[in-house]
Design a protein around this ligand. Structure first.
Ligand code: SF4
Length: 149
């Protein structure tokens, strides 16, 4: 069975910005019997838990990697460098673990795949990927948003 990378919060680690987890029975069923790398890019990038909510501004995670968008907290603090560093560390962990697939937390500015918050901090969503999801896709790791989260 091939190893799979999973957002740590989906496996019960209380590493979300609000200090909670998003443990999911669906995830446990999906990865049963497989080697799993559980990892939180934002914590790995040096951010504290709990922390202020952050959103992508000016584009999605691909634009952040291209240097044309930023990640900012609701206070206005720029945390782009932490998010990019966390994404790079996540990719290194995924490669080290032999992961070819990732199950990631939906809508997160790091882990979201296909849909993310639009940068207005109003709950509105837009099409796009988080920074880690974008980096994984660029490096051949198939990203799936987790269902049931
Ligand atoms: Fe979960 Fe990913 Fe956010 Fe970490 S960065 S709390 S793993 S969604």
């Amino acid at each position: 069975m091939e190893a799979v990378f999973v957002s740590a919060c989906l496996r019960g680690v209380p590493c979300r910005f609000d200090g909670r987890d998003k443990a999911s029975p669906e995830i446990e069923r999906a990865v049963a019997g497989r080697p799993v790398v559980s990892f939180c890019p934002e914590v790995a990038g040096g951010l504290a838990t709990p922390r202020r909510p952050a959103e992508l501004v000016g584009g999605d995670g691909h634009a952040v990697l291209d240097g044309t968008a930023r990640v900012v907290e609701d206070t206005g603090r720029d945390v782009t460098a932490e998010f990019v560093d966390g994404a790079r560390r996540a990719l290194a962990a995924a490669r080290h673990g032999g992961c070819t697939e990732a199950l990631l937390m939906p809508r997160s500015p790091s882990c979201g795949r296909g849909t993310v918050h639009d940068g207005s901090f109003t709950g509105r969503l837009t099409a796009g990927d988080g920074v880690t999801a974008a980096l994984f896709e660029r490096n051949g790791i198939a990203v799936r948003p987790a269902s049931g989260a």
